[in-house]
Ligand binder design. Sequence first.
Ligand SMILES: Nc1ncnc2c1ncn2[C@@H]1O[C@H](COP(=O)(O)OP(=O)(O)OP(=O)(O)O)[C@@H](O)[C@H]1O
Ligand SMILES: [Mg+2]
Length: 404
Amino acid sequence: MIDLRAFSFLSTLPSREIEKLRKVCRYKKYASGTVIVKEKEDLSDLVMVVEGQVSVVKTYGDRKSTLFTLDPGDVYGEVEILNGTKCLTTLIGYQEFQVIFIPKEFFLRIIGLYPGFAKETRDLYSRRGPLLLEEGLSKSEFAKVVTFFNVKGGAGKSVISSNVAVMLAKYWKKKVVLLDMNLAFGDQAILLGLSPNKNIHNLTKVRPPLKLSSIEEQLTRHSSGLKVLLPPPLPELSESIRLEFIENIIDILKSHYDFIIIDTHNQLSPLELKLLDCSDLIMLIMTMELTFIKNTKVLLDLLQRLKIPREKVKVVLNRAFKSMGLEPSKVEKSLRYAISHFIPSEGNIVVPSVNKGTPFVLAKGSDGTAILMAIKKLCARLTGEEIEKGTWNMFSLLKEVFGL
Ligand SMILES: Nc1ncnc2c1ncn2[C@@H]1O[C@H](COP(=O)(O)OP(=O)(O)OP(=O)(O)O)[C@@H](O)[C@H]1O
Ligand SMILES: [Mg+2]
């Protein structure tokens, strides 16, 4: 039996309402690829994801754009229900997924009765309403800014961000720029086998106002098509780079790229806070160790206090393997967050690729491996474009193979 109280959206409700909800809601399990709600159809229930992931896709003219994804505990439908409109998007689930449908009348009744729940709903509405109700493509025309972050070192932020960036550029043919924002000790030049001649420090010497052409001159091109903004050549030079300067660079790049991928240092200084604020998605990378779990939980709580929208934050478990000694489901419960992506531990693929300065997604030997599939899946979620038919099923096998 699903414990409805475990979902933070419902946590402000008293037990008697949870009991009532249990009686009136509908539980449903679906296969990968099922559309559960279609754009322009009536939406008579609030949808809450219990297991798996659901993409929220909106049509703009002849283009479709994935606005965000829903993980277990996330809900959808408050904007339509409160506005009395037809469904503004299509909801499609990947992997086996399970949802609860909460009847509209029940939802509206509890909003009226419980101020804590009403506030939670209002916050959700004010974050998503403008995006869902927007008619044009204005938001989705800009680059998606994706930041890989955690406050503990060695999670895999640099390795995973470079491989994701290369894959988006090479296989998805996206215009991608990778910003190495570990300004003092960045690893991207080594990981990608790049010369550090062009870098952000040179850019600080250019006479303002900053222009796209000046930034482009200091981007290093990787053979995959990816462009990289490398950190200063000496750690002490990093202090001269101002926050507003970085913000300005991101703003300019945003209207010329599909993706801005950001690798960060393992600390929480004003720079990281600014980067998190600028991001459309924060990939919180962790491994299955108690110290990581503790820090990730502290960070997730902090992000919530900073009012960073929940759907902007995705927990990524790196270096996953069969006997981790901790149950992923228990970790999810303690974090009150679903693990959105599992990346397996594959030292025999990752370590040689790091030492050669060649991302493993480009290495012949990684064809068909679980780690390559995991990165592909992550990229597919970022682009909102499904990979070859059937591959999703292979990915769901990942969970079984690694006993996750
Ligand atoms: N999925 C994986 N399988 C095996 N080894 C991995 C995996 N991911 C990362 N590693 C190893 O962990 C090392 C640390 O990764 P990485 O440098 O990306 O961490 P980081 O989060 O960027 O650390 P820092 O905060 O110190 O910059 C890598 O050099 C690699 O050897
Ligand atoms: Mg790093």
